[in-house]
Design a protein around this ligand. Structure first.
Ligand SMILES: O=C(CO)[C@H](O)[C@H](O)COP(=O)(O)O
Length: 223
């Protein structure tokens, strides 16, 4: 098993009968959804909500029962990946373009289990460009406001060089900071920009971080 899969399989052990489960997005969350599919095929009774169209489609293929958000009061556990995680379990997410739905689901979850391989554990956040979801209206203006925060903002493109459009119909801007000195302050500054819908800093949200290693082991990241 590769590192991402080991972390995913370990995290899925936390899912118990009757739970409402949030399904993350990305290549690590993919392994978690596969494992949830395997367990539901064996008879585990759960209900799930997805953080992207991609994960929703995968869940449908695997026969994982999905419920509409209108029926969700609380999500017991969400298992999701991350692009960076620091020693306080603060995260950069959104590399896979799903940060808004991921944050809505994470905020509604009693437990948020983050699964990563060891390359994602960092001393300080910011080497990975911070994804920011913005509305398409007046995007040039929003880009200038982002630049004023000290980063180089780049609208994410698809392989065919078109702007990448999120599941919510917005742009994603990758903000190159190199290092983020004060993530709490940056969180406030980003939310103060009107065209910003949300951003990939997930602060004080994770309740557990599981790191998978190339030797096939998985360990909880201490805080
Ligand atoms: O935030 C995300 C998607 O928006 C992903 O969880 C993050 O990009 C990590 O992806 P991967 O597991 O493929 O490395």
């Amino acid at each position: 098993m590769q590192a991402k899969q080991v972390a995913a399989v370990r995290a899925v052990q936390s899912i118990q009968e009757g739970m409402v489960v949030g399904l993350g997005t990305g290549s690590t969350a993919y392994y978690a959804i596969q494992e949830i599919g395997r367990r539901t095929a064996e008879g585990l009774q759960i209900k799930a909500v997805a953080t992207s169209v991609q994960s929703e489609n995968l869940a449908k293929e695997l026969g994982i029962p999905l419920i509409p958000f209108a029926e969700v009061e609380v999500i017991d556990v969400t298992i999701d990946g991350a692009d960076e995680v620091d020693g306080s379990w603060n995260l950069i997410k959104g590399g896979g373009g799903a940060l808004l739905r991921e944050k809505i689901v994470a905020a509604a979850s009693k437990q948020l289990i983050i699964i990563v391989d060891e390359s994602k554990a960092v001393g300080q956040l910011g080497k990975f460009p911070l994804p920011v979801e913005i509305v398409t209206f007046a995007s040039e203006l929003t880009l200038r406001k982002l630049e004023a925060l000290g980063c180089k903002p780049v609208i994410r493109l698809t392989a065919s060089n078109e702007p990448f459009i999120t599941d919510n119909g917005n742009y994603t801007v990758d903000c190159h900071f190199d290092r983020i000195e004060d993530a709490d302050q940056l969180n406030l500054a980003l939310h103060a920009i009107p065209g910003v819908v949300d951003h990939g800093l997930f602060l004080h949200m994770a309740t557990q971080v599981i790191v998978g290693y190339a030797d096939g082991s998985a360990r909880e990241l201490e805080r």
